[in-house]
Design a protein around this ligand. Structure first.
Ligand SMILES: Cc1cc2nc3c(=O)[nH]c(=O)nc-3n(C[C@H](O)[C@H](O)[C@H](O)COP(=O)(O)OP(=O)(O)OC[C@H]3O[C@@H](n4cnc5c(N)ncnc54)[C@H](O)[C@@H]3O)c2cc1C
Ligand code: FES
Length: 277
């Protein structure tokens, strides 16, 4: 086994170098692999992170490839053992990382095309990697249309970065919350209420979508009604994962291992899999 394959199967140490609160339950973690080597991930891929003595869980890499040297970012919601332990970490503490794993958004297919990003809730986390890649290579891509929805204003994440996107004249941002409050003066409604506001050219539009399972069916229906081909709609499907490398079968979707054959799928390729969407 070469050192490169070892990096894929055995957790290697990384150090927490920065921690930033994004909302009451979500924190952005910046890690530096102790090897000094970059992850070499592609947008949409995930890693397996071990909290020593607690457990291991999959997380999408939220930073774009090789953003700043060899550090990488994960945005993590506090929900159970591993994520609670992560939220209690102090800068300088060690974790184990394996990966990157899984399929990615095929960046080259998006070149010269318009992209609609559809981010429901924490779906913005993996999409941010592709979005920031496109922003860094802005001239290579057509329109960048970002649609973000979450349940209520307190669940919004990356608020300052989204404000910066809104201030740009080469990015179109549409945001909504299911349920507003006194702090919110934006759109109220489901994420499906955003697409009808946007003029699109379906022949050159690609869609990258990540969100809660219930969202996909409705957004895909809308996209198809607007003439976007199922060949150009990409979804990322999260399933319970244990090994991340196609061995344990925990993540199966009608025989597909979501950890290896996904998590990013072309809608065309999974439309006949009833457990997918
Ligand atoms: C490919 C992939 C990428 C992921 N990327 C991210 C990411 O970038 N950020 C992030 O915060 N999470 C991400 N997740 C989800 C994360 O891996 C899980 O939430 C993980 O189980 C947390 O581990 P834990 O030990 O803290 O919680 P657990 O002890 O595993 O879970 C505690 C409880 O929460 C429930 N639960 C776990 N996950 C979820 C969920 N997603 N929705 C609803 N209930 C849940 C469990 O069923 C259990 O009852 C990703 C998952 C996959 C498969
Ligand atoms: S997580 Fe084990 S096969 Fe996918």
């Amino acid at each position: 086994m070469t050192p490169d394959t070892l990096f894929q199967y055995v957790p290697t140490p990384a150090t927490l170098v920065k921690k930033e609160k994004l909302s009451d339950f979500v924190t952005l973690f910046t890690f530096q692999p102790d090897s000094g080597r970059a992850l070499m991930h592609k947008p949409g891929q995930f890693i397996m992170l071990s909290m020593y003595g607690v457990g291991e869980a999959p997380f999408s890499v939220s930073s774009p490839p090789n953003a700043s040297g060899s550090t990488f970012e994960l945005a993590v919601r506090r929900i159970g053992n591993v994520t609670n332990a992560m939220h209690a970490m102090k800068v300088g503490q060690k974790v184990g990382i394996r990966g990157p794993y899984g399929t990615s958004f095929p960046v080259q297919d998006f070149v010269g095309k318009d992209t609609i990003f559809v981010a429901g809730g924490l779906g913005y986390i993996p999409l941010r990697s592709l979005l920031h890649y496109q922003l860094r290579h802005r001239d290579e891509f057509g329109r960048i249309i970002v649609m973000i929805g979450c349940r209520n204003p307190s669940e919004r994440i990356f608020i300052d970065q989204i404000k910066e996107l809104e201030a740009r004249d080469d990015v179109e941002v549409y945001e909504t919350v299911d349920c507003g409050d006194e702090s919110w003066c934006g759109n109220v409604g489901l994420i499906t209420s955003l697409l009808p506001h946007v003029e699109i050219d379906p022949d050159i539009t690609h869609v990258a979508m990540v969100g809660p399972p219930v969202m996909y069916k409705f957004v895909i229906k809308q996209c198809q009604a607007r003439g976007i081909s199922r060949e150009n709609i990409y979804v990322s499907l999260e399933r319970h994962m244990k090994c991340g490398i196609g061995k344990c079968g925990h993540c199966q979707i009608n025989g597909l291992n979501a950890c290896v054959e996904g998590p990013v799928f072309k809608y065309h390729d999974i439309q006949t899999h009833p457990e997918a969407i």
